[in-house]
Design a protein around this ligand. Structure first.
Ligand SMILES: *Cc1c(COP(=O)(O)O)cnc(C)c1O
Length: 388
């Protein structure tokens, strides 16, 4: 029998990292030592207090049964408490917080709750690919909002055509931003609230990197803006803050009606997060936060090392105030794929080509600061030794 795939799988965009994966295997087969600055996955282990809490929780049979789909009340209370302490945002843990099996899960499923076939979803380009693919899986159409360096990688809302605004249901935003590492200003978020109200568009803000910041400059939550809870929700995650990418735990919070709608989708798809992991999540949010400050110092020192070296070598980029990424222009005349391909083949250093995040990422590459300083220095030395 021939297995016939659904049209939605055929409609997936080409996987732009396939060529990199192939080259990487080829380079590794030659015995070249590969240094990957490619993926955005913290290299350091989950903090020990969180691991200990999981170990204890896992022995308790009360946690062995089906969890509730919306999350344990104690986990959602810990989230609400943390939002209050960190952002001064007041959340009702019962109606305004739903746990997610990692925020990617919620981002991918959210369009099912709001988008009808033919509806438009505004998505950033370059951007995390899940926004537009979740949209497409729900039968919606992604309208790509260019994030341009001249606008500090914020979308220019005034350029979105009226015909698109009429059909738009959702807008995805993500600050601090992956892949550009840009931050949002309060003025921008205020504009977004007014824009959403005027056009009846639900704002889905992805705040995965709010705790990976530098120089003591704390990024904002979208929900801090007056009126944001009428027009928006925020996705958040323990993955990046606490080195917990493998644990699959996050949440979405904000507008009660929107959270209820996502909850309805989730009751019909999954059965929540293993309770022992939610216990560990409570420990992450309520335990000692000093180790998180230490992690920020580690990233900051890597950032300073990489930025110093790259600017000396003549590369052009904005120094990130948050995230563990550097978004760097390729040398004059080289496409993202040409640059990244040559670096990989000649040096064994894996970088991410900017066009993998969308057409407006062309001409850039992304460096992930998720290797130790020795390896980072080695990678930078190798990149710097290539002549163009
Ligand atoms: C890493 C990341 C996420 C979150 O991932 P989860 O592990 O699924 O919580 C969400 N958005 C962006 C932009 C990311 O880079």
């Amino acid at each position: 029998m021939k297995i016939r795939q659904a049209d939605r799988l055929k409609a997936l965009p080409p996987y732009l990292f396939a060529e990199i994966d192939r080259m990487k295997a080829e380079v590794a087969a030659k015995g070249i030592d590969i240094i990957s600055l490619g993926i955005g996955d913290p290299d350091l282990p989950t903090l020990p207090n969180i691991i200990d809490r999981l170990k204890k929780a896992v022995d308790n049979p009360i946690h062995h049964r089906y969890p509730s789909y919306e999350g344990m009340p104690s986990f959602r209370e810990a989230v609400a408490q943390w939002y209050g302490d960190r952002f001064g945002v007041d959340l009702d843990p019962v109606g305004e917080v739903v746990s997610l099996i990692g925020s990617k899960e919620g981002i991918a499923h959210a369009p099912l709750a709001f988008v009808n076939p033919g509806d438009v979803v505004l998505c950033p380009d370059p951007g995390y690919p899940v926004y537009s693919i979740g949209t497409m899986f729900a039968g919606g159409e992604a309208y790509l909002m260019p994030l341009l360096e001249e606008n500090l990688f914020l979308p220019d809302l005034s350029t979105i055509p009226a015909e698109i605004l009429d059909r738009a249901k959702l807008m995805f935003l993500n600050y601090p931003n992956n892949p550009t590492s840009a931050g949002a200003t309060r003025e921008f978020f205020e504009k977004v609230v007014a824009f959403a109200r005027e056009n009846n568009i639900l704002v889905c803000h992805d705040a995965a990197y709010s705790e990976v910041y530098y120089d003591g400059e704390l990024p904002m939550s979208f929900l801090e803006i007056p009126g944001a809870d009428e027009v928006g929700i925020e996705f958040h995650s323990l993955s990046k803050t606490y080195n917990m990418t493998g644990w699959r735990i996050g949440w979405v919070c904000g507008n009660q009606d929107a959270i209820g709608a996502i909850g309805k989708i989730k009751t019909n798809i999954d059965s929540g997060i293993f309770q022992a992991i939610q216990e560990a999540g409570i420990e992450a949010l309520q335990g000692d936060q000093e180790p998180v400050e230490e992690l920020r110092k580690i990233y900051q020192s890597r950032r300073d090392l990489a930025c110093g070296y790259l600017s000396k070598s003549g590369f052009s980029f904005m120094v990130p105030k948050a995230t563990f990424y550097l978004w760097v222009r390729t040398p004059e005349g080289l496409s993202s794929a040409q640059f990244v391909g040559r670096i990989l083949q000649e040096t064994g250093v894996v970088l991410t080509p900017g066009n993998g995040f969308g057409a407006y990422g062309e001409g850039y590459f992304r460096i992930s600061l998720t290797v130790n300083e020795d390896r980072l220095q080695e990678a930078l030395d190798r990149i710097g030794a290539v002549s163009w």
